[in-house]
Design a protein around this ligand. Structure first.
Ligand SMILES: [Zn+2]
Ligand SMILES: [Zn+2]
Length: 556
């Protein structure tokens, strides 16, 4: 009997983001991706969401490395957090490693890892696994599928991909290699991107966006053009630069990550923009509006990004006027729609023309749609299938496609974050769970729990009522108070009478509780109950009630 392989999903199944999974054979663990998720608007004050690394940290000694499939933050953004806990080498293509390196370096953690640059088609021995890197097209260059050759056969992880037959760099998804694997020893288990599984048809090719951008640039002759796109989308940047140069415009990168990625991609030979075509954003005003294209970050309406600041008139370098056309060469990722709409509104208020994906084909998705996924299944012919990278309904849609393409339904498993599966001689089945809570990152302090977040939500929605009272427990009487302080619960004009009544209600409750010779904690509980009851009956609201009971005789 060959040794079993365990697959543990730590993130990315049930939500888009924080992709991370672990393959384990003979006690050695290989990670595929280690990403972060950007918070929903109801995650108040949260900067980032990470996978729960509890299990990995416990097994830290056994981690032989992490393969990163491409350079998006939902795949590499968690590395700098996991590296604080455990040390391991990282494997990826040149650009992927370049993009991943930024955060790791900023966190001063480069010495805790070893960055290994792999080339297309290479196979690396990592722990007990032979890991083969197969080119895949996506919305960042140099993405790969990962074929992990294990004791239980080949586990193919698609990475994020679409089947772009005319990519900007001509580097195609290597379907021939995947087919050869399938026809050789076969693909035992496929794990594949589900993001667009519920979208019919094919994703548009990236080069088709180039044509749209070229025509737009033509139409905008004489006007200043400001374009926002993902800074990692080097091929989009290339096509924008080509269009700008074709109409005699200089390119002014704006925003830290845009400037950094353009420099890095040019050094790697992945981006061809001549020196003479690039100018500093500070120099923009020296040129006629029709002679520049500003290339900006902030296509997702991120609060502190260059475009958002521009729209609200707070950008250091530029201000928007009716001479400007702003192109959002992107599509809001779920959860960002509102922020993006706000930016668009603010740009219109300043008189600019705005072109976005709702009006024109200025963007193409990086994820395969249903017909491409069917093609992928027809080529890889997996024995077992688990959909990954998607919200739950995406996973379900992808599972159905797999069945349509001939994988029997009892060989298709839908797993969620925290699920552990085992693949052995008998096949694939569930094998328990590991911790998989959201880990919230707030500032540099580290993680905060769900309790803190629940409190923030109550404070944001309902406000807070603090009742302070000092008692003499021996004499069983109130020495001072009750005093009520409140924020965010009730407006000043109405407050007077209601607060008086509330004080009375709390006083009665405290006196009653002390008559029963209660501990301070019991008195606090009585205050909370009395205040909470009164507040909800008077205003039909449930603010946070904070009772503060002090003992005048000392000690609490
Ligand atoms: Zn992704
Ligand atoms: Zn991606």
């Amino acid at each position: 009997m060959a040794p079993p392989v365990h697959i543990t999903f730590l993130g990315g199944l049930g939500d888009i983001g924080r992709n991370c999974l672990a393959l384990e054979q003979e006690g050695q663990i290989l990670l595929i991706d280690c990403g972060l998720m950007f918070p929903d608007t109801d995650m108040l004050g949260v900067d980032l969401v990470l996978p729960d690394f509890t299990w990995l940290v416990e097994r830290g000694e056994d981690v032989v490395g992490c393969v990163v499939t491409h350079g998006h933050e939902d795949h590499v953004g968690g590395l700098s957090y996991l590296l604080r806990e455990i040390e391991f080498p990282i494997f990826g293509t040149e650009l992927t490693i370049g993009l991943a390196k930024g955060r790791i370096e900023e966190s001063g953690l480069l010495k805790r890892t070893q960055l290994n640059v792999v080339a297309d088609g290479e196979t690396w021995e990592i722990g007990p696994f032979d890991v083969e890197f197969v080119p895949a097209t996506h919305s960042v260059p140099q993405g790969v599928a990962t074929a992990v050759h294990t004791a239980q056969g080949t586990i193919l992880h698609s990475g994020d991909f679409k089947i772009d037959l005319t990519p900007v760099d001509g580097r195609l998804t290597d379907l021939a290699r995947l087919g050869a694997m399938a026809d050789g020893d076969g693909i035992r288990l496929l794990l594949a991107d589900s993001t667009n599984a519920d979208q019919p048809g094919h994703a548009r090719s990236e080069t088709s966006v180039g044509k749209v951008l070229y025509n737009l640039m033509h139409e905008q002759e004489g006007r200043r053009v400001i374009v926002a796109c993902f800074a990692s989308h080097i091929h989009r940047v290339q096509q924008l630069a080509d269009a700008a140069i074709a109409f005699g415009r200089k390119i002014a990168p704006m925003g830290r990550s845009m400037r950094r990625n353009i420099t890095m991609a040019r050094e790697m030979g992945l981006l061809r923009i001549p020196d003479t075509a690039l100018i500093d954003v500070e120099e923009v005003d020296r040129y006629e509006p029709g002679q520049v294209m500003v290339l900006s970050t902030g296509s997702q309406g991120e609060p502190m990004s260059a475009l958002t600041l521009l729209a609200s008139g707070e950008n250091r370098w530029l201000s928007i006027s009716p001479d400007d056309t702003v192109i959002l060469s992107s599509h809001p990722i779920p959860g960002n729609e509102h922020a993006v709409t706000k930016v668009i509104d603010n740009l219109y208020r300043k008189g600019a023309e705005v072109v976005h994906s709702g009006l024109s084909d200025v963007h193409a998705t990086g994820h395969a749609k249903a017909e491409e996924l069917k093609l992928y299944h027809s080529i890889t012919k997996p024995e077992w299938f688990v959909p990954v990278h998607g919200e739950y309904h995406h996973l379900v849609a992808h599972a159905k496609l797999a069945e349509v393409m001939g994988t029997p339904s009892d060989h298709v498993l839908i797993a969620e974050d925290g699920d552990r599966l085992v693949l052995d001689d008998k096949g694939l089945r569930p094998a328990g769970r590991v911790p998989s809570e959201y880990v919230y990152v707030h500032g540099t302090v580290g993680d905060i729990g769900t309790g803190v977040l629940r409190d923030r939500r109550i404070l944001a929605d309902e406000g807070v009522v603090v009742a302070i009272v000092t008692v003499d427990r021996r004499a069983r009487r109130i020495v001072a108070g009750p005093e009520i302080a409140t924020r965010g619960w009730i407006g000043q004009p109405e407050a007077g009478a209601v607060l008086g009544e509330l004080e009375e209600r709390v006083r009665t409750a405290v006196e009653k509780a002390m008559g029963e010779d209660a501990e301070l904690q019991q008195v606090e509980k009585a205050v909370r109950r009395a205040a909470g009851g009164f507040v909800s009956e008077k205003t039909r609201r449930r603010p946070m009630i904070v009772p503060v009971v002090l003992d005048a005789t000392g000690g609490r």
